[in-house]
Ligand binder design. Sequence first.
Ligand code: KIV
Length: 265
Amino acid sequence: MVSKVTAPHLRKMKAEGEKIVMLTAYDYPTGKIADQAGVDVILVGDSLGEVVLGFESTLPVTMDMMIHHTSAVVRGASRALVVADMPFLSYQVSVEDAVRNAGRFLQEAGAQAVKLEGAGPVIPVVERLTQIGIPVMGHLGMTPQSEHQFGGRRIHGKEKAEAIHIQEDARALQDAGAFAVVLELIPHELARQITEDLSIPTIGIGAGPYCDGQVLVTHDMIGLYDRFVPKHAKQYVKLWELIQDAFRSYADEVRSGVFPKRSGS
Ligand code: KIV
């Protein structure tokens, strides 16, 4: 195991057929637990808005919120590569804006890379960031910041034209200098083709088993989000219920005088 995962190391993992393990984290304890568990990449996702801050989507998340949470994760993670998700409007307005905002993640929060959604108009941003030494992870398929344009969250790339478009976008991100690309909610076969076509790693979420790595939203896989569990997520523990049981036991014990113990008893 390397002592510090880096963007170039992920490429090496792909070349050697070693699967990449990625999870999201939004605070110091979750970042530290993921790091100690040997997770390779920790994404401070803008899913923060939904699973931690209780918004209905990722759109209200701001740069200041992301910087605050990314700094906490960085304080907990020593081995994993920490990737900060660029929130809505932090990279779409101009390349200058994107450079300033991506730079804040490295300078103020200590992240080692940034992630942004889409291709097309975003390609010049990826080129500029990578030219100045900021590693960029792409994100294609179902990109939550565009959910209103898509009319909700659904599988992308079922139609041939859409599949070709995603394939071309993946290639364009690689050519622009991205070090990896997240593929979200696309058909397994399309994910396989893109994974074979690219020399940079693909990280799947709801994209099947053929990607070079997998990512899940941590709160989905530990059962700490009450609104819904996406079909693609496997729940390894139901923390919501465990925590609620602990809170109920505490409340019962305080009300009945069992906790705290009287001195001498
Ligand atoms: O914000 C996030 O958690 C993400 C993952 C779904 C990849 O972008």
